[in-house]
Structure formats: C-alpha cells, structure tokens
Design a protein around this ligand. Structure first.
Ligand code: HEM
Length: 452
C-alpha cells in the first residue's frame, strides 16, 4: 500500500497567507528578497486564493523544469486568472498535445524570415508616434511605447492597423488593459469573488461590456475574412484561419478570438514596459547613453534594421534592462504530474513550481553587484538559458521573445538617432506592479530636447 502522507513543501515565510498576499501584491520585490534572504533559492509562497507555489531561483532547478518533457508538467490551471481576458482556448490555457500543436502553428510568424519583414515597419511606426511629441514638452514615455507596441502587434496579427475597426479596437484594448492593469483594480483579477457585474459603474461591469465590444470587432474581422479569403495575406490571423489539425478541422471562431486576445494581451504591455525601462536606464546613466550613441553613429544615418539588431552594445542594454527589472516576475507555474525530485525536494503531483525571474537575475554569484545597471556584463560573458530568463523557458517559453527584442532595439535606435531626449530629473525610478507586469513608476516623464 502506498502512503497517502503529503510530502512536506519547502519552508515558507512565517507570516500568514493573507499577509504574504498583501506584501506580494503591494511590494513584490521586497517580499521576494526577504523570503530569499531567509530561505535561499527554494521556498514556498502562500497566497490567498492560490495553491501554495514553490518558488525556484536556482539555475539547476530551473534547468530541470525548463528541459523536462512537455508532458511532465501542466500549466493551464496555474494561469486561469487570465481566462476572463484570453478565454479557455488560449495557448496559455492549453496543456499537453493541444498546447504543443497550437505552439507549432503560432511560432513561424514570430521567427526567421517574417521577423525581417517587421523591421522596417517597426522603425516607421516609432517615427510616426514620436512625431506627435513637441520639442520642450514633458510627457511620460510609457504611453508612447504602448502606442508603438500596440500598432506593431496589430500589424503582425492582422496585417493592418488602420481604419475605423482598428481605431475602435485600439481604444478599447488600451482602455480595458489600463483598467485591468491599474494597481487598484487589478486586484479583482486575483480574487474571482470580486468579479461581479454590478452595472456600468462597477469595474467588472465595465470590463465585461468592453470585452463584448472587443469580441464583436474581432468576430466581424474573422467573418469578413471568411467571406473574402485572400491567399496572399501573411499575417498571423490569416495563417491561423488556414491551418487545420490532424483531422482536417479548421480553428473555430471562438478559438481564433481567444488566440488573438492572447497575442494582443501578452505582446502589448510587456514590450511597452521593457521599452520604457530601457529609455529610463539609457538616460539615467550618461556614460551608457554616450556609448550607445557612438555605436549608433558607427552604422551611418540609414542603417538596415538587421544591422541595428546585431549591434552588441544596444543588445547588451536591452538584456541588462530585462535583467535588472524583469517585466514578468515569474514563469507560468509548472504543475507536477507525477512525483519528481528537484534539488533534494520531493514534489507530489499537483504541486505548483515556478521559476522566479527576478530572484534569479539578482543572484550575486551570477550577476555581481546585481542592483547596478551594467550592460558590459552581457559583453563579458554569456549566461545560460537558466540564468537569464526574462522570457521563461522550455516548452512554454514566450513565443514573442524575438519580436519583443527586435522591437526594443529598433525603437531605441530610431528614437535616439533622431531626437535628443532627457529625463526631467535624475531621481531613481522604482518599479510598480501593473497587473502581472512590473513597470516604471510614473511612466518615465521625459522631454524631447532637440531634433538631431
Ligand atoms: C519584453 C516583452 C515580453 C516579455 C518580458 C515576455 C515574457 C514572457 C514570459 C516570462 C512568459 C512565460 C514563459 C514561461 O512560463 O516559461 C511568456 C509567455 C508568453 N508570451 Fe511573452 N513576453 C514578452 C513579449 C511577448 C510578445 C511580443 C508576445 C506575442 C506577440 C508574447 C506572447 C507570449 C505567449 C503567447 C506566451 C505563452 C506561451 C505558452 O504558454 O506556450 N510575449 N512571455
């Protein structure tokens, strides 16, 4: 007879779950650092409304979960707080064979040749958006980055970002995600009991109404494309509409809608935050800016996007920016399916394990003086995919990582080589939680000083 005794989880901070929840939401970095100081690189996080989650920041442990067979862990159940936005058929909420199949379908448009086609487009969109700034005016850089990243993702997904439908879609998405991500209202995502439709004056009521309007726009677009198919289109929606599974079944309208929302949701705020952080660091540290400007000058006034993407110092700035304040603090949970031992700990089926991006990126043994912004560390050595993990890893690794990095480099290069920008003061900018992302407080107010 097998024993039914549950295996003991690693230690957890000795404060009640409700207090861990408040600390984890209000001051996530302080909570993580205090726990790591006391318990090291494996501990258990307890939050109200969630099963206990084992937090890993040891590269060897992370390697074990990232290199495991995709069928060894599930994930969907651990990410179900995203269901109201992305729907049940989202890649994020699929497991096993269905997840693997859907990933295979979505990967090609985010890699290789397709990336080249996005290069020029990203530079053009960055130029257009920055034209709305006036010399001498002060405004936060974050909304401009949101605008750029939304237009890029709409182009990649739909092939166009103009016309009445896309204007409406843009406005609704920004407004819905803004509400969803604000520190106060985003609490509702974590507590389904608060998700009550109390009419238009309630957050959830407004959210449901906006979601319905967005769905109507997405379904109209899908319907139109079904009625007038165009085999020359190479955007992601067209690829999804023509792909069939092993039984010859096409994706249904609801499946298409859920995957579209997943890409718009996962690809928009994340990239905008990473850009806002990079703008901050470059302008906060004059020596970094000088070095970058020299590198940009070295490739002339009208460089090819692929040449920009290869620049070593620019690449190192983007990596260091994603290291020091990773946009997403944790990988999706990996839910143990059969008993497994990692670093001497035995885990039962059902246990949630997650790689903590922030704590891994601040290990002093890998990143000495980890709180300082030093792009040079990425030029001096190469970090393993279990030490540098801004996009997670393994069979769940972010499918948009190549697009996000390309976009970061091209937007920075385009703006810096055309405009002289400055921070309004040199105070340290601290991270704040926006939904499930970590963004710079106050959106990084900046001034456009002059045109170059
Ligand atoms: C700087 C920008 C971004 C960051 C920091 C980021 C980060 C992440 C992380 C940490 C994960 C979880 C990976 C894991 O659990 O191992 C993830 C998953 C994902 N990301 Fe990103 N992401 C970014 C941009 C994008 C973009 C541009 C897109 C698409 C257009 C995208 C689409 C996705 C999707 C669909 C998943 C789920 C993958 C799966 O479940 O198989 N992300 N991302």
């Amino acid at each position: 007879m097998t024993s039914k005794t549950a295996i003991k989880l690693p230690d957890s901070p000795r404060i009640p779950a409700w207090m861990q929840t408040i600390q984890g939401m209000a001051r996530p970095l302080e909570y993580l650092e205090a726990a790591a100081k006391e318990y090291g690189d494996v501990f258990t996080m307890r939050s109200l409304g969630f099963p206990p989650t084992v937090v890993l920041s040891n590269p060897q442990a992370i390697q074990e979960i990232f290199t495991a067979d995709p069928h060894q862990f599930d994930s969907a159940e651990g990410s179900k707080i995203l269901q109201p936005i992305v729907g049940n058929n989202s890649l994020i909420l699929l497991d096993g064979d269905r997840h693997q199949r859907q990933r295979k379908l979505l990967m090609p448009p985010f890699h290789g040749e397709r990336m080249k086609a996005y290069g020029k487009l990203i530079c053009q969109i960055a130029e257009q958006v920055m034209k709305s700034w006036t010399i001498g005016n002060i405004q936060p850089v974050y909304p401009a980055m949101q605008e750029i990243s939304l237009r890029v993702i709409l182009r990649a997904v739909f092939g166009i970002d103009e016309g009445a439908r896309f204007q409406q879609l843009r406005q609704l998405l920004v407004s819905m995600l803004d509400a969803f991500n604000s520190p106060l209202t985003s609490t509702v995502i974590f507590f389904p009991i608060l998700q009550q439709d109390l009419g238009d004056w309630s957050f959830w009521g407004r959210f449901l109404r906006q979601r319905q309007q967005i769905d109507e726009l997405l379904y109209s677009e899908i319907r139109e494309r079904r009625e007038q198919p165009d085999s020359n289109r190479t955007d992601i929606l067209s690829l999804m509409m023509s792909a069939s599974d092993e039984n010859g079944q096409l994706m249904t309208d609801v499946e298409l809608r859920d995957e579209l929302m997943t890409l718009l949701f996962a690809g928009h705020e994340t990239t905008a935050s990473s850009l806002a952080w990079a703008f901050y660091w470059i302008h906060h540290l004059p020596e970094v800016r000088e070095k970058l400007l020299k590198e940009l000058e070295s490739i002339g006034s009208d460089p090819d996007p692929t040449e920009i993407a290869r620049l070593p110092y620019l690449t190192a700035i983007c990596s260091e920016s994603l290291r020091i304040y990773p946009i997403v603090l944790f990988s999706f949970a990996r839910i143990v399916k059969s008993p497994i031992e990692i670093m001497g700990y035995k885990f039962d089926p059902g246990t949630l394990l997650t790689a903590c991006v922030y704590l891994t990126h601040h290990r002093e043994d890998i990143y000495p003086d980890s709180k300082s912004f030093k792009p040079e560390r990425f030029l001096e050595r190469q970090f393993s995919p279990y030490e540098f993990i801004p996009f997670g890893g393994g069979s769940r690794r972010c499918i948009g990582w190549a697009l996000a990095l390309l976009e970061m480099k091209l937007v920075l290069a385009t703006v810096l080589s055309r405009y002289e920008m400055a921070l309004t003061d040199n105070r340290e900018v601290l991270p704040v939680r926006r939904g499930i992302t970590l963004t710079p407080a106050r959106g990084v107010p900046m001034m456009m000083v002059a045109q170059r």
